[in-house]
Design a protein around this ligand. Structure first.
Ligand code: 13P
Length: 251
């Protein structure tokens, strides 16, 4: 039985003051929630705050990016061991904003994924097609390319210590959610892709849906057989929305 996971991706939002209120509400309402694992991926400067406010609770935290390098002359980069110093559990890898705005290739995402797994972090590998790609009928080819790049670099066993998030780019921050059927179809495709390498890893693989998840659509999305929770952007910044989305995830 796969454990459901709901992870918030705060993106570049927050302040010490607003985070204190948000993290406090999330902790007070969701500490001990048995329905799903809950995690928040915060901007790197706020990892210490997440650590101090969430330590000892059942809520995990993580980062939104990591270097593929262990250390060295890489100005502005943050290594996996630094994230571990702040007890991070998760790190987002290959989010579409990083791919589109910062030129992160499949190859770069694969290297970061491998570095995260090697260090003991749980990477959340984000994959997804653009609207143009969906309309051109190449959704599965794009997802396969993104997954295969990581499989080839890190190996199938590494997926056993990772999470995959399907985030159709056209659904991110647009209010236009994939229908449960559209999302389920791609999730099943991803699981089958992994099954070709290892049936057990595929069966246990947690695959999240991301893209305009809200309290009003979460339960229906999460009830699909291959959707194991959500990666939540905008709604993770609103305590009551995020709490309701987490409560919509149950075994
Ligand atoms: P929204 O939930 O704001 O659409 O963002 C999704 C996302 O990018 C999560 O990583």
């Amino acid at each position: 039985m796969r454990q459901k996971l709901v992870a918030g991706n705060w993106k570049m939002h927050g302040s010490l003051q607003s985070n204190r209120i948000l993290l406090g509400r999330v902790r007070d309402e969701l500490d001990g929630w048995q329905g799903a694992e809950v995690s928040v991926c915060v901007p790197a400067p706020y990892l210490a705050q997440a650590q101090s406010m969430l330590s000892g609770s059942s809520i995990a935290w993580g980062a939104q990016n990591v270097s593929k390098h262990a250390s060295g002359a890489y100005t502005g980069e943050v290594s996996a061991s630094m994230l571990l110093d702040f007890d991070c559990r998760h790190v987002l890898i290959g989010h579409s904003e990083r791919r589109a705005l910062y030129g992160e290739s499949d190859h770069a995402a694969a290297a970061k994924f491998a570095a995260a797994v090697a260090a003991g972090l749980v990477p959340v590998l984000c994959v997804g097609e653009t609207l143009h790609e969906r309309e051109a009928g190449v959704t599965e080819a794009v997802i396969a390319r993104q997954i295969d790049a990581v499989l080839d670099k890190a190996g199938i066993a590494a997926f056993g210590r990772a999470v995959v998030a399907y985030e159709p780019v056209w659904a991110i921050g647009t209010g236009r959610t994939a229908t449960p059927e559209q999302a389920q179809a791609v999730h099943a495709f991803i699981r089958n892709r992994l099954r070709e390498r290892d049936a057990l890893v595929a069966e246990n693989q947690v695959i999240l849906y991301g893209g305009s998840v809200k309290a009003t659509n979460a339960a229906e999305l999460f009830s699909q057989p291959d959707i194991d929770g959500g990666l939540v952007g905008g709604a993770s910044l609103v305590a009551e929305e995020f709490i309701a989305i987490c409560r919509a995830a149950r075994p």
